[in-house]
Write a protein that binds this ligand. Structure first.
Ligand code: PLP
Length: 392
């Protein structure tokens, strides 16, 4: 076994590094989840959680990965045979579409090239053509973690409004919540899907649905089978501070601390920090002479950057070298991007020198893998971080 010293660099786009304070909060003794101490925690936690979603409505917390929260969003709002409009933005959008089909929904999948976000123009066209309102929901992955592209959700909302279309808007924010500007109420989203292991700086294990009044109303008519995922019993039990089943108590302790940290920094500052780190990463990639996968300047992700390698170079070879030599994990290429891209996660508990170290490791890995790079890329990123553009 190789001897490792120092801290492993976990630079995949989630799960992300968990801050010491959060780890300590989770190490508290387990409490009675039907006792008064736990009820107090729930009453403190849920309003603080709603702030991060930008909602005054309920946020349902499941002991689940993000995939469970996807399913909860669909089964609570839709009925067998309902039509849903989805966009092929990448691997995760494709998985969500497959789930919808497996649940008995009829999906219209707007094709995409995995380099751009959901196309508001295509949404507008399809919604305007659907004069009979057969489409019951529009599903968008806000930040496509496989590509590093952030869809313009307000423009999708505008397309619904322009067509005066009643379809629900369901948005996956699994890799954007707490990292990239997002507003459930202000953007008119009906269900926001999220998970604990990315911008919220927790280990995997919690899934979330923020729910609008319209989505709640739809849930009383929705007929897809649901039991564990049913919002109703959770919302009802939450009012008294409890859950209908055993909640992930210690993850909730961690969540309270993570929410405190986000509130202390302030969400606008959190988003600005992520955007700055993303800009520095792009400066490095372009300075090296490589291509950022995201093809639209308006849609660069604040939480990760996918780096496209030149033809004939294997992105997984670079990742393997970086792990082996520098003890750093980078994200692999998913689905049709396997071997073509690697992904740099720059989200969550993260600072300037974490990024500088990450980019130094990437540069060394690229050189060792024989990928031709210009050396100034790293300096260009450092200049962005230092806030002093180069003079010569
Ligand atoms: N959606 C997005 C955008 C994701 O990034 C992920 C996981 O990385 C998922 C859905 C699936 O979440 P999970 O792996 O927690 O089930």
């Amino acid at each position: 076994m190789t001897l490792r010293t120092g801290r492993h660099f976990l630079q995949i786009p989630g799960p992300t590094n968990v801050p010491e304070q959060v780890l300590r909060a989770m190490s508290a003794p387990v409490v009675d989840h039907r006792g008064p101490e736990f009820a107090d925690l729930t009453h403190r936690l849920l309003p603080a959680l709603a702030e991060v979603f930008g909602t005054s409505g309920p946020v349902v917390v499941f002991p689940a990965s993000g995939t469970g929260a996807w399913e909860a969003a669909l089964v609570n709002t839709l009925s067998p045979g309902d039509r849903v409009l989805c966009f092929e933005t990448g691997h995760f959008a494709t998985l969500w579409r497959t789930m919808a089909e497996q649940l008995g929904l009829r999906v219209e999948f707007v094709p995409g090239d995995w380099r751009r976000g959901a196309d508001p123009g295509a949404a507008a066209e399809r919604l305007a053509a659907d004069t009979g309102h057969a489409i019951k929901a529009v599903c968008v992955v806000h930040n496509e973690t496989s590509t590093g592209v952030t869809s313009r959700v307000p423009e999708i909302r505008a397309a619904l409004d322009a067509a005066d279309h009643p379809a629900l808007l369901l948005v996956d924010t699994i890799s954007s919540l707490g990292s990239i500007d997002y507003r459930h109420d202000a953007w008119g989203v009906d269900v926001t899907v999220a998970g604990s292991q990315k911008g919220l700086m927790l280990p995997p294990g919690l899934g979330f649905n923020a729910v609008s009044a319209g989505a709640l109303a739809a849930s009383s008519a929705a007929r897809l089978p649901r039991s564990y995922w049913d919002w109703g019993p959770v919302i009802e039990a939450n009012a008294a501070g409890f859950f209908p089943y055993t909640p992930a108590t210690n993850l909730l302790y961690g969540l309270e601390e993570a929410l405190r940290m986000l509130a202390e920094e302030g969400l606008p500052q959190v988003f600005a920090r992520h955007a700055r780190h993303a800009a520095a990463t792009r400066a490095a990639v372009r300075g090296w002479g490589l291509e950022v996968l995201c093809a639209d300047e308006r849609e660069h992700s604040g939480s990760l950057t996918a780096v496209l390698l030149p033809e004939g170079h294997d992105a997984d070879k670079v990742r393997e070298i970086v792990l082996d030599r520098f003890d750093m994990s980078l994200g692999t290429g998913l689905g049709r991007l396997a071997g073509k891209v690697f992904r740099i996660g720059h989200l969550g508990h993260f600072n300037d020198l974490t990024l500088a170290g990450t980019l130094a490791g990437v540069r060394m890995g690229l050189e060792l893998a024989g990928v031709p790079v210009r050396r100034q890329g790293l300096d260009e990123a450092l200049d962005v971080l230092a806030g002093c553009p180069r003079t010569g």
